[in-house]
Design a protein around this ligand. Structure first.
Ligand code: DON
Length: 578
């Protein structure tokens, strides 16, 4: 066998912890600055839409609604009105809330709908085409946010999205990259191909204009008539008709009874900061808090970012928390989630007691991994002049969702049904091996990892953060928080820093390219870790820090009021303050 970097790592070396080699960090650009507001999204035009709303006097929720609709047009691989998501809100007076506008399983869904007669999963059934589609929630979610917490009219907030759909927008290099690679999939659905592919079957490229008249008409109908145009009118009719014709099970009743849930966010404390994040049906907030509770018992700032000791305790905390994620959590209307147990600081201490300081833990069994590209969900962070903060993560699940557009609606539909457990023990798109708590039932919402998060300090907003990345959303968001609070990075560095990930099964530590020094890799291998030195990066975090670009600047008396950073991995994104 040739002696490669990978095989070298597998060699067990008897090294001690006499030194802590640092990870290899590239320089990051300076965060964007603003005194009155900040918008950070994965698409530059959508960011500008958000800033314009703030400049016109709209609040952060108004901007979040306008950005949500804009991304559905200018970032169609993840931005959507045919999918769903979560919005975490903290108003200037300290009120917090969480809007769950994620997809629900159709009424005709069954626990075994993706299994063949022998009980084996049918390849692609939960991912491609109409059978994969959950009942969409974005339109209802944005309208509830606007009505309860916004200040501007629906027509004002939807106008920029309608204009971009009707008149088109010219793709830059980052935009074009989001379309590349999906042509084969989109070509399978004539309605999707007619919109997103050129006559020669190729995706739109740099400098070319994407016009979406069908979507413009759907958005205009929603703007004029409200969500009923989507859930009770012709849009629902068209989706149901296309679903029925192409093997789906969506019915008009699914749309008529869709309801947004307003929930209490999950909260926990971490070294004097308060974390406000997503409750079930997301696992995100609970699992971030569980991991942070474990990490609170270790001196991470002393152990330093990227050291073998830091990676060791982080991976072990992740390993234990993901077992809980995958087995215990599900839709709160169907499952009794043990949230208070998982958030108990004594439970975290019990986990710490099980962590051997010198050896890797061992996950029960090895499972194949199934993680692919990581740009299919999108997160955006917004704060306004009054300090109202909004974090939104929403998605079609896979890139361009189920890859289908119903009739002339121009609306891409999600494949969120894949987030359910199709069969206990069988990994999903993200390699997650899940259990009964997340089994399919009519009207149930699949368990998510999306983690739109707001961090406060002494009752004031401190950080707004979140990311796409499937099962890795949790560790991406967690690592950005730890990088700011423990490692003193500025918000851009915290987001750009190389990532690690472990999710219990497979029992592998994923490491981004050049994420750890070779010395650290060897130390970890010696402890018994199996490292996957990935050749791809993952995630596209979008974050805001309040009062300075880093803790050091904040403690010195402050820099710019708002400091924004879009992940350097997000080619089309922009952080913009004013
Ligand atoms: O809700 C979830 O956890 C997934 N549907 C998120 C999918 C995702 O992040 C895809 N993009 N990376």
């Amino acid at each position: 066998m040739p002696l490669t970097r990978r095989t070298l790592i597998a060699v067990s070396l008897s090294l001690t912890f006499a030194f802590t080699p640092a990870a290899v960090f590239a320089a990051s650009p300076t965060p964007a600055k603003g005194e009155h507001g900040m918008v950070v999204t994965a698409q530059h035009l959508a960011t500008e839409v958000g800033v314009d709303v703030l400049k016109k006097g709209g609040n952060a929720v108004d901007a979040a609604v306008a950005v949500g609709y804009a991304l559905a047009v200018v970032y169609p691989n993840a931005g959507n009105i045919g999918g769903g998501g979560f919005m975490t809100v903290r108003m200037k007076d300290g009120r917090t809330t969480f809007l769950d506008f994620r997809e629900r399983a159709p009424l005709a869904a069954t626990k075994t709908m993706y299994l063949d007669k022998d009980g084996k999963p049918i390849k692609g059934a939960s991912l491609d085409g109409y059978l994969a589609v959950g009942v969409p929630g974005s339109v209802a979610g944005f309208e509830m946010a606007r009505e309860k917490y916004g200040t501007l009219s629906r027509q004002d907030l939807m106008a920029p999205a309608i204009a971009y759909a009707k008149d088109g927008f010219v793709l830059n290099q980052g935009d074009a990259a989001t379309f590349a690679g999906s042509a084969d999939r989109l070509a399978k659905d004539p309605a999707a191909a007619a919109i997103f592919l050129k006559k020669d079957g190729k995706p739109y490229g740099i400098g070319e204009k994407l016009v979406q008249p069908g979507l413009a008409a759907s958005l205009s109908a929603i703007s004029e008539k409200g969500p009923d145009a989507f859930y009770k009118g012709t849009i629902a009719d068209e989706i149901v008709k296309a679903s029925g014709a192409k093997g789906g099970i969506l019915a008009k009743g699914d749309f008529e009874q869709y309801a947004v849930r307003e929930l209490k966010p999950v909260t926990c404390s971490y070294r004097g900061y308060e974390i406000i994040s997503s409750p079930p049906p997301s696992s995100g907030g609970v699992i971030i808090c569980e991991i942070l509770n474990v990490l609170e018992g270790y001196p991470l700032s002393y152990l330093r970012a990227g050291s073998a000791e830091t990676v060791h305790v982080m991976v072990e905390a992740m390993r234990h928390a993901y077992v809980d994620r995958n087995s215990a959590l599900g839709d709160p209307d169907f499952v009794d989630n043990p949230v208070s147990k998982l958030l108990d600081k004594n439970y975290a201490k019990d986990i710490r007691d099980k962590i051997d300081p010198f050896r890797a833990g061992v996950s029960k069994e090895l499972m194949p991994k199934g993680f692919g590209e990581s740009k299919e969900t999108t997160h955006y962070s917004i704060i306004d002049k009054d300090g109202n903060a909004v974090a939104v993560t929403y998605t079609l699940n896979g890139s361009f969702g189920a890859g289908v557009v119903a009739g002339g609606t121009g609306i891409l539909l999600n494949n969120e049904m894949d987030d359910f457990t199709q069969k206990p023990g069988v990994p999903n798109l993200y390699g997650l091996v899940q259990g009964e708590a997340n089994a399919i039932q009519p009207k149930k919402t699949p368990l998510s990892s999306m983690s739109p998060t707001i961090v406060t300090k002494d009752g004031n907003p401190f950080m707004v953060i979140g990311s796409p990345g499937g099962s890795r959303i949790i560790t991406i968001t967690l690592e950005a928080i730890v990088n700011v609070i423990d490692h003193g990075m500025d918000i851009q560095q915290a987001i750009d820093a190389p990532r690690i990930h472990h999710q219990w099964l497979p029992d592998t530590v994923y490491v981004e390219p050049f994420g750890l020094s070779p010395d650290t890799e060897k130390l970890l291998a010696a402890m018994g870790y199996h490292l996957d030195l990935s050749d791809q990066t993952w995630g596209q975090a979008a974050g805001i820090l309040v009062g300075g670009k880093s803790l050091a600047e904040i403690e010195k008396g402050g820099g710019a009021r708002y400091n924004g950073a879009i992940d350097s991995r997000a080619a089309a994104g922009e952080a913009l303050g004013y």
